[in-house]
Write a protein that binds this ligand. Structure first.
Ligand code: NAG
Ligand code: NAG
Length: 246
């Protein structure tokens, strides 16, 4: 109620100013100004529409949240099972989550293939490519994330972890393991390297997150200490019930 009132007052004020200042740029009745982003921009009320009107839209797009990680880093093995996975389960409807398993690895081209060197050794490279192949083969994050989370939550080495987790969460393990040694899997991991190396600013540690493509220290901090609030605040649509529970 208060917000609507504020908006109406605001709109009338802006309407008056608009008529005086840029009548030719916006000769559209004010009640239509928030009908589209184009009109709002043309009429100089984009920020106001966004704040007071579009926040209640049912068709708001999910928040893009991307995690750059590597399979065996201790902080990733904490962040994923303790924070990201349980939060994602609650907020999947408003979150477009992307996992990029590569982290602090390095790559170099040897013939037609890429050779990867990982911070925690070759086992970590295997864990990364198992994750990468799983993402490409399974495609549906609601199916592959429980499996990848299981792999991060255990202290087993990646191959054993994958075998154990595949008995709990149905993924085509043979196809995934096949992929990890194939040229296809090699190319897929190279794509993860490219995505990671394209980060601006470049990542300085893992886990490293971006919110709607942006990384700041504040976003990183809130992701680690209050991820639910970060995602709920960033979402422009009607908040799901999980956003209001503490
Ligand atoms: C989800 O995020 C990825 C980037 O990480 C993007 O390519 C894709 O278009 C997004 N999907 C939706 C539905 O917004
Ligand atoms: C594994 O890869 C080989 C070829 O590299 C293929 O013939 C076989 O069908 C694959 N197996 C599975 C389970 O995908």
């Amino acid at each position: 109620m208060a917000v609507n009132m504020k908006f109406v007052i605001l709109l009338s004020t802006v309407a008056f100013l608009q008529v005086c200042v840029t009548a030719s740029a916006c000769n559209i009745p004010s009640r239509f100004w928030c009908d589209s982003k184009e009109i709002a921009l043309q009429c100089g009320v984009y920020e106001q529409c966004k704040k007071y009107q579009w926040t209640l839209r049912q068709d708001a797009t999910p928040v893009d949240f991307t995690l750059y990680y590597e399979s065996l880093c201790p902080d990733c093995k904490q962040f994923i099972p303790r924070i990201l996975y349980p939060t994602y389960l609650k907020l999947a409807s408003i979150t477009n989550l992307t996992l990029v398993p590569y982290g602090n690895a390095r790559e170099r081209q040897v013939g037609s293939r890429w050779e990867f060197t990982c911070q925690h050794g070759q086992e970590e490279c295997l864990g990364n490519i198992i994750a990468t192949c799983t993402i490409a083969i399974v495609k549906n994050i609601d199916v592959y994330f429980p499996f990848l989370n299981c792999m991060e939550a255990t202290n087993q080495q990646p191959r054993t972890a994958a075998e154990q987790c595949a008995t709990q969460f149905k993924v085509p393990l043979n196809e995934i393991l096949n992929c990890t040694t194939s040229d296809y899997g090699n190319q897929l991991e190279h794509q993860m390297a490219l995505k990671t190396d394209a980060l601006v600013p470049r990542h300085k540690y893992v886990p490293w997150v971006t919110l709607n493509g942006v990384h700041t220290e504040a976003i990183q901090y809130e992701a680690q200490y209050n991820l639910k609030k970060l995602l709920c605040d960033a979402y422009q649509g009607v908040k799901p019930p999980a956003c209001s529970s503490v």
